[in-house]
Every structure is written in structure tokens, then in C-alpha cells.
Write a protein that binds this ligand. Structure first.
Ligand code: NAG
Ligand code: NAG
Ligand code: NAG
Ligand code: NAG
Ligand code: NAG
Ligand code: NAG
Ligand code: NAG
Ligand code: CA
Ligand code: CA
Length: 596
């Protein structure tokens, strides 16, 4: 009885306390999120697959990195045809990852440590093994219109729409004698958002996880939520490719429809209302937006300010448009500049002036603090960034990634420079690349190999059981543990230093200037009240093998101090260096503190 009373008092104490503290509506504003690919992160029970207890075990490590929150790639029940992006039950955790109790414990522990937890939410489609789909295919009353069904004959689909994964987006159902739509694989039937019941189901799911304490959602594949209600054929694109390839058509009837933006606004209102009613920190929504910039901006909301959308959208420009072989410093600048140009006016109180220099041409732009995750440099769908931009450029890109304004997202392993793994065709798991002819080019397995924790068996991912994808052979040299020594220079020490730097006022609130000094060198400068943080980076791309002398434009003082230097740099932390003629070797990058 006494114990009970004590517990009750303790619980009430917490409630009273939580009522009296100021809720933080902007916690996500400058946050750094860490994307965990659960199956490859840490396998706690040695069955070959990473799991939730493995993540719990590593939470203290994540706190040490300095990140504010974690985003978990899908963990809900799934036949794993698309590694969890095909959900068969939204209310159950996939057994390979653990149980709902594991998730609850993870949330409690993460919150104790000050980490937010974001879940991947996959609303465009379910697995074909979901009960809703079985019922819908069966025309069970109430479920008939949960998916997008159309008439056709078994040899002639309803229209020319293509799946992102090649071939027709329509699959014939013998049982229902109709076609269903699948914008991804045929095991991922698209839900029908023209049915209000589907809206209700999705809100119930969001509420279920918010009740568990989840801090927000990363909404997968949102551009494909709605399709044209007249089912019109899509027009031919300009690129002369295989008629089965998604890029053969323009997709203005199957992606980024006005109704899709409205859906995001509806969910934003739903999570905002939930946080307000329950007196909680804001719940965030992140959307994926594989769209042109004007369309992407609509995911943030409407320019009249009447609708709020996602807190931030993922921008894949950096990942998709930069190529070691063909891009240069001007391309990087142009990319940042096109993004900033398109930013909406809706968060106008946050706006500060940003000036970009393309060569010597100066353009003035506004810049919003919500221009988030601009430089997300990798994820589970693209080759790891050291592979894309050159392993020698790891530090320079990380410096840009983390010192540009807004939110940043680190894909697990990036913090210590993990590179692509080696996966043979026979070992591959990605369903989009089960064809030897396209495996090397298309497979997403290379960036999904287990995390390299240390130099023990299976890189410390587990205790020796065969892993779902092979552990990279590079783990003996390239692993986290070898970089933990704070007295030795390493990518991980630089990562931690960058995360700390991000939290300084200059990085949070400062204006942003970026210059391409030549086609191989660039400078980023953040400035706030007489203090500056500058990044000077010599890419060393292609045959630019000469050292280069650079300057930090627009500062009145002559010298600054090195805060962070790339691994192997001639400069060391604390060095007093010239801002007028700073010599950089190819691939060398430095972060400089300047006060004047
Ligand atoms: C299929 O439909 C029949 C008849 O309406 C019903 O009895 C049965 O339960 C349904 N099966 C499923 C899996 O919904
Ligand atoms: C889609 O594109 C075609 C051809 O470019 C155009 O005629 C049509 O108006 C567009 N439809 C929509 C809904 O944007
Ligand atoms: C975006 O909209 C602006 C203004 O309406 C237009 O000038 C620009 O061409 C559009 N850009 C794209 C990529 O559609
Ligand atoms: C870059 O060029 C090298 C050598 O010319 C080639 O092997 C590689 O495939 C190219 N990479 C890309 C991403 O185009
Ligand atoms: C493994 O790493 C530790 C330091 O983390 C080092 O002392 C040891 O020599 C390494 N072993 C091998 C086999 O490389
Ligand atoms: C750097 O050294 C110069 C002299 O070489 C000195 O005047 C200046 O104050 C130093 N600057 C910093 C930031 O330490
Ligand atoms: C970046 C990302 O999350 N991509 C996912 C988009 O959605 C498809 C289908 O759900 C997945 O296969 C991708 O991994
Ligand atoms: Ca496991
Ligand atoms: Ca859809």
C-alpha cells in the first residue's frame, strides 16, 4: 500500500511537473536526426537481423553523437518484400524487430536520454497480405473500395500507367476479376484515398503511435497518394527509353496531385491538434517529395499561410544530381540556390537574408530556417555518399551537410564514414534489382549492409550468425570503435565536433553565404553578430590535383582559428590561419572560427 501510494505520488508529481513546463513547439527547428535502418543496425539476439533491443542498446551511443532524434525505417509487420515498406499490419511490430513492448521501452529510454523518436509511416500502399486487401479483393462489405480497383480485361490494363519499379502499374486479380493499382511492386497495392474510411484508418494509426509517445512521422512515398480520378493516360516523356521504364512517361496524373497536398495539410492539423489537446511538444511530419521544387514547396503549405503542411520535406537534389564525374563546385552552388529560390513565404518571421555567389555574380535570396535537410547526403535508397562523392571527400561534404542551416539527417554509418558494402548478386535482397543485368546499377543492397561497430566477428553487428546482407570486408579498418579515441583525428570525432558546432548561435541563427571560388573550391560562411563560421573545401574532383589558394570573402579580419580539419589535413584544431590566402590540398576541408 505504501509503495502504491509512493508510485502514485511519483506519477502525479510527473504530471504536475509536465503541466508546468513550457512546451517546445520548435524543438525540430535546428535538429539533427539520425536515420536507423533497423535490420542493419544492431542484432541483439544473433539471428542475423537487426532489432529494437539492438537499438535500445545503442541509445547511449546515439546520445554521445549529439543527435536530437532518431528516425526508424519501417518496423511494422511486413512480409518484407520491400524491406518493411509493405506493411501487413500497422498495429503490430514485425517479429524480426521485436514487439510493441520493445518499442514502448525504446521510446521511454530514448525520452529519458533526451532523444525524440520518429517513425516511418507508409500510407500510400499496404502489403497484399494486409487483411484490408484480402477483404477488398474478396469484396467483403465495407472494404470494397479500400484500394484502387478498375475494370479491364486480363490482357488489357485500364490505362498506360507505369510502376516506379517498371512495367504496368496494374495487376490483374483473378479473384475479383478486376485490376488493382500498384505504384510500387505488385505486392504493394495502393490505398484508395478517395474513400473517407481510408482517411479514418490512417488517422487511427497516427493516433495509436502518438499515444505510445512517438514524436512524429516521416511519411513515405507521399507524392503518390492520389491519382487522377478520371484515370487518364499519362503523356509520353522526352527521354527515349524502354517503354516499361517509369521515366518513359510524365507523371502528372499519378503524382503530386492537389488532393495529395490537401492530405498532408489534413494530417498536419491532426497531429497539431493532438499535441495541443494533450499539452505536448509538437509532433513533426517529414515528407518525402520526389518532385520539382515548386511542387516540393507545396508540401510545406500554401503561400497564403492558410494551410500548414510538413515541418520539412526531404530534398533529394544533392543525392541525385551530384556526380563525382560531371559536377563541380558551381553545380553545388546552383543546387542550393535553386532550392532557396523556391522556398515559400509561409514562415516569414523566420526569414533572414541569404546571399549566394555564383562565380562573381551576386544574387540576394531569402532564406528560411525551415529549409531543412537540404544536404541530406545519403539514405537507404542511394549509394553511400563516400562512394558517390569520393571517399577522400568525406569530411568536406559532412561539413557542408551539417553547417548549412535547417534540419540535418544522418543516415546510420555516415557519422564514421561507412562506405558501400560488397554484395554479390546471389546475396542481394532488394526486389527492385533481382536481375543480374541491372543489379550493380540498381540494387539498394550496397548501402544497407550491417553497421560496422568494431573489428570483432561480423563487425560487432551480432555474434556470428549469418547476417541478412553480408558485412562489408572493409570493417577491419573502417569501424566505429577505431574512431572513438578523442585524442586521435577521425571522421567520427569530426562528426561529433560538427554536431556541437551546429548548436552554436552562429550556425543556428546566422545568415548563409556560399561561394564557388573556382570550379573545384567552395566556401560556406555563416555569420551572426560579429562571429562567423566558415567552411573552405577543395573538392579535388576529376583532374583537379593541384593545391589551391582560397580566401574567405566578406570578413574584415585577417586571421581565424581552425575549429575542425579534415582527416589528414595539414591544419590542426586551434591553428591560426590566414583568411586571405589559405592553401588547401585536393580533398582538404576546414571549418574556421572567425571573430570580427
Ligand atoms: C469473403 O467474402 C465472403 C462472402 O461475403 C465472406 O463470408 C468471407 O468472410 C470473406 N472473406 C474474407 C477474407 O474477407
Ligand atoms: C499533364 O500533362 C499533359 C501534357 O504535358 C497536359 O496536356 C495536361 O494538361 C497535364 N495535366 C495535368 C493535370 O497537369
Ligand atoms: C516554378 O514556378 C515559377 C513561378 O511560377 C516558374 O517561373 C518556374 O519555372 C517554376 N519552376 C519549375 C521547376 O516548374
Ligand atoms: C565515373 O567515371 C569512372 C571512370 O571513368 C566510371 O568507372 C564510373 O562509373 C563513373 N561514375 C559515375 C557515377 O558516373
Ligand atoms: C581491433 O581493434 C583494436 C582497437 O579497437 C585493436 O587494438 C586491435 O589490434 C584490432 N584487432 C585487429 C585484429 O585488427
Ligand atoms: C593570428 O596571428 C596573428 C599574427 O601572426 C595575430 O595578429 C592574430 O591576433 C592571431 N589571430 C588569432 C585569431 O589568434
Ligand atoms: C527514401 C525512401 O524512403 N524511399 C522509399 C520510398 O518508398 C518505396 C516504396 O514504399 C520504398 O521502396 C523506398 O525505400
Ligand atoms: Ca535480431
Ligand atoms: Ca496512391
Amino acid at each position: 500500500m505504501i509503495l502504491r501510494t509512493l508510485v502514485l505520488v511519483a506519477v502525479l508529481g510527473i504530471v504536475v511537473h509536465s503541466r508546468s513546463i513550457q512546451r517546445d513547439q520548435n524543438w525540430w527547428n535546428h535538429a539533427t536526426f539520425y536515420q536507423i535502418y533497423p535490420r542493419s543496425f544492431k542484432d541483439s539476439n544473433n539471428d542475423g537481423d537487426g532489432d529494437l533491443p539492438g537499438i535500445i542498446e545503442k541509445l547511449p551511443y546515439l546520445v554521445e553523437t549529439g543527435v536530437n532524434g532518431i528516425w526508424l525505417s519501417p518496423i511494422m509487420e511486413s512480409p518484407q518484400v520491400d524491406q518493411g515498406y509493405d506493411i501487413s499490419n500497422y498495429y503490430v511490430i514485425d517479429p524480426r524487430f521485436g514487439t510493441l513492448d520493445d518499442l514502448k521501452l525504446l521510446i521511454i529510454k530514448a525520452h529519458e536520454l533526451g532523444l525524440k523518436v520518429i517513425l516511418d509511416f507508409v500510407p500510400n500502399h499496404t502489403s497484399d497480405q494486409h487483411e484490408w486487401f484480402k477483404a477488398s479483393e474478396n469484396r467483403t462489405e465495407g472494404y470494397e473500395d479500400y484500394y484502387v480497383w478498375r475494370d479491364g480485361t486480363s490482357d488489357k490494363p485500364p490505362n498506360n500507367w507505369l510502376s516506379l519499379w517498371t512495367g504496368s502499374a496494374w495487376q490483374w486479380s483473378e479473384k475479383r476479376q478486376q485490376y488493382y493499382l500498384h505504384q510500387f511492386s505488385k505486392q504493394q497495392p495502393d490505398l484508395n484515398y478517395r474513400n473517407p474510411k481510408v482517411h479514418k484508418e490512417m488517422k487511427d494509426i497516427l493516433k495509436f503511435y502518438m499515444d505510445l509517445g512517438i514524436d512524429g512521422f516521416r511519411i513515405d512515398a507521399i507524392p503518390y497518394a492520389y491519382e487522377d480520378d478520371q484515370f487518364r493516360d499519362e503523356p509520353r516523356s522526352a527521354s527515349p527509353v524502354d517503354p516499361n521504364d517509369y521515366s518513359y512517361l510524365e507523371h502528372n496524373y499519378t503524382s503530386n496531385l492537389p488532393e495529395t497536398y490537401a492530405l498532408v495539410y489534413e494530417w498536419r492539423k491532426f497531429v497539431d491538434d493532438y499535441a495541443a489537446e494533450n499539452d505536448l511538444d509538437s509532433k513533426v511530419l517529414m515528407t518525402e517529395a520526389n518532385a520539382d521544387l515548386n511542387q516540393t514547396m507545396l508540401y510545406y503549405g500554401t503561400s497564403d499561410g492558410k494551410n500548414l503542411g510538413a515541418h520539412f520535406t526531404f530534398n533529394f537534389l544533392m543525392i541525385q544530381n551530384l556526380n563525382l564525374n560531371t559536377s563541380n563546385a558551381y553545380d553545388i552552388i546552383q543546387m542550393i540556390y535553386s532550392w532557396i529560390d523556391a522556398l515559400p513565404d509561409i514562415y516569414s518571421s523566420n526569414w533572414v537574408v541569404c546571399i549566394l555567389y555564383v562565380g562573381m555574380k551576386q544574387r540576394q535570396h531569402k532564406q528560411s530556417l525551415i529549409m531543412s535537410s537540404l544536404f541530406q547526403i545519403g539514405n537507404h535508397d542511394n549509394r553511400r555518399y563516400p562512394t558517390r562523392y569520393g571517399a577522400e571527400n568525406k569530411d568536406g561534404f559532412l561539413m557542408l551537410d551539417l553547417l548549412l542551416p535547417g534540419v540535418a539527417v544522418t543516415y546510420n554509418g555516415e557519422e564514421f564514414g561507412q562506405e558501400d558494402g560488397e554484395v554479390k548478386y546471389e546475396e542481394g535482397q532488394d526486389p527492385t534489382a533481382r536481375d543480374p543485368a541491372v543489379f550493380e546499377q540498381k540494387s539498394r543492397d550496397f548501402e544497407r549492409t550491417p553497421l560496422q561497430w568494431d573489428n570483432t566477428t561480423n563487425a560487432g553487428f551480432n555474434e556470428g550468425a549469418k547476417t541478412w546482407l553480408p558485412v562489408s570486408k572493409k570493417y577491419q579498418e573502417l569501424n566505429l570503435k577505431s574512431q572513438l579515441d578523442e585524442t586521435k583525428e577521425s571522421y567520427f570525432q569530426n562528426y561529433k565536433a560538427l554536431i556541437r558546432k551546429r548548436q552554436e548561435e552562429t550556425a543556428r541563427l546566422g545568415s548563409t553565404n556560399i561561394w564557388a571560388l573556382s570550379n573545384d573550391a567552395l566556401v560556406l560562411r555563416r555569420s551572426y553578430e560579429g562571429k562567423h563560421i566558415a567552411v573552405a573545401f577543395k573538392l579535388g574532383w576529376k583532374d583537379n590535383n593541384e593545391q589551391e589558394t582560397v580566401l574567405i570573402p566578406g570578413v574584415s579580419c585577417q586571421n581565424g582559428n581552425v575549429a575542425i580539419a579534415s582527416v589528414g589535413s595539414q591544419y590542426k584544431r586551434g591553428d591560426n590561419i590566414s583568411l586571405q590566402s589559405l592553401v588547401l590540398q585536393p580533398h582538404e576541408a576546414v571549418v574556421i572560427d572567425i571573430e570580427c
